[in-house]
Design a protein around this ligand. Structure first.
Ligand code: A2P
Length: 275
């Protein structure tokens, strides 16, 4: 009886897909950052190619056996041997309520067709690159800040990350630290990458919504840079719909124009994906 109950519990907990499911990839590590945020690595299929900043569809199987997929930014640069994803845990979210229980050795589905606009190719050449992230919107920048092309193309790389509280900034702090220590891009990143973390609901060294900090000029004063200039400055934005729209309004007022893969511009944006 005991044994049978355990088996049932285990079955209820098993969230991965069978290893022979089409497009299955194996989970290599799982890190829980807070009760709302986690990160996991998966194996990289041998033939899979992507550009830093792109996203793919990942997911699990529904009870009826059909795939349940959501868009996730790939949180590692193009050269990484492993792939990684950073996710929120939504208690009643169809996918993340299950995904958060992944264990090492489980499999998930990953469609091998990367896409997205948060790529260097969608921006015109410039001098200073701003990466504006809120919450899990930092994931594509986890990729880009470890891409050597970013440092070859820009003199000054500024990653802003705004979260509700200090604990939610931890993943970004680690990423920036890793980039600066990285054997491949560490030296370039150490000289050019600047991190500007802020919180909105808990006391920290820097508080405030990034939109307010931009509108009031605090961001530029703190970084000791001139206000936004479409000649030299490029912006990538990744956050909630509201954040994206509000930052877009601010930077368009400064003269920046949205770019796309087919027509590069002076800024690009993508919605941070949530399950
Ligand atoms: P706030 O705490 O004032 O809502 P979330 O965890 O809800 O995705 O939010 C991540 C961060 O993004 C929070 O610090 C939140 O600030 C901020 N934020 C959400 N919407 C906007 C917006 N429209 N403009 C600027 N910041 C925003």
């Amino acid at each position: 009886m005991q044994e049978q109950m355990m088996t049932q519990n285990e079955a209820a907990m098993a969230v991965g897909v069978p290893a022979d499911t089409p497009d299955a990839v194996k989970v290599l590590s799982v890190t829980h950052w807070t009760d709302r945020l986690f990160h996991f690595e998966v194996e990289r299929p041998a033939s899979f190619r992507f550009r830093s900043g792109e996203f793919v569809m990942i997911g699990l199987l529904k009870d009826d056996g059909r795939p349940l997929l959501r868009a996730y930014s790939i949180a590692v640069p193009f050269w990484s041997e492993r792939l990684a994803f950073y996710s929120i845990k939504v208690e009643d979210g169809p996918l993340t309520s299950r995904l958060q229980h992944l264990q090492v050795g489980d499999h998930i589905i990953m469609k091998t067709k990367p896409t997205g606009t948060l790529v260097l190719d969608a921006l015109l050449p410039g001098k200073r690159l701003y990466m504006i992230a809120t919450g899990t919107g930092i994931a594509p920048f986890a990729s880009l800040i470890r891409d050597p092309d970013v440092y070859e193309q820009y003199d000054d790389v500024i990653l802003t990350h705004t979260c509700r509280d200090v604990a939610e900034l931890a993943y970004g702090v680690q990423l920036v630290e890793d980039a600066r220590q990285d054997p491949l891009i560490g030296e370039m990143a150490a000289g050019k990458l600047r991190h500007y973390p802020t919180t909105t609901r808990e006391e920290s060294a820097k508080m405030g919504r990034i939109t307010t900090l931009m509108e009031e000029g605090t961001l530029f004063a703190d970084l000791d840079v001139p206000p936004l200039n479409p000649e030299t400055d490029r912006v990538m934005i990744c956050g909630s719909m509201g954040l994206n729209n509000d930052v877009k309004a601010i930077i368009e007022a400064a003269g920046l124009e949205e770019g796309a893969n087919s027509k590069p511009g002076t800024y690009v944006l993508e919605k941070a994906f949530v399950g």
